[in-house]
Design a protein. Structure first.
Length: 172
């Protein structure tokens, strides 16, 4: 890592799950969507709530609360879908994740991010890149590529069901 990289601030999108504030590197976030209809996929794991149509593309939607062994995300006026790009086994995948609410994009300097504790943490340490602090609040910075596996997001097949999205006919 160069001296420049060690001192560069990084931008993170912050969001809430229950009472905890989490963050994702903005480089992995494509967009934030209002909660829309999620089509359930038979046979999918519980944490996979289903799929949505994002501009003609099928995007699986995961419930991070269930993935983290919390209660299911309940729909509210603040619930959002964070659409992000993951890299798993060298393959880029687009996935949506439910968040109780999305807050802001914040900048954190590397000196304000500590390594996650090895013990005593509520969260699996391999899911966490670090713990940031801003305005006396701790922010759990996720390593979103570690949260999901290819088995979770089997490209093209989810829960054993082939996903096919009906495309609108092209104008012509």
């Amino acid at each position: 890592m160069s001296d420049n990289q060690e001192h560069e601030t990084t931008q993170f999108l912050t969001f809430r799950l229950e009472d905890e504030m989490f963050a994702l590197n903005v480089d992995q976030v494509r967009e934030v969507l209002d909660l829309s209809t999620i089509t359930r996929v038979p046979g999918a794991p519980d944490f996979m709530r289903g799929v949505i149509n994002v501009r003609g593309r099928v995007v699986p939607v995961m419930d991070l609360r269930l993935k983290f062994n919390l209660t299911k995300t309940e729909k509210s006026m603040n619930t959002r879908i964070v659409v992000m790009e993951l890299t798993l086994e060298g393959e880029k995948l687009v996935v949506g994740a439910l968040a109780d609410s999305v807050h802001e994009v914040c900048e954190l300097e590397p000196g304000r991010i500590e390594k996650p504790p090895k013990i005593g943490s509520r969260w699996r340490s391999e899911f966490i890149k670090g713990i940031g602090k801003q305005n006396d609040q701790f922010i759990i910075i996720l390593d979103i590529n570690s949260v999901f596996s290819m088995e979770d997001l089997d490209a093209g097949e989810i829960g054993g069901a082939e996903i096919v999205l009906d495309q609108e006919p092209e104008a012509g």
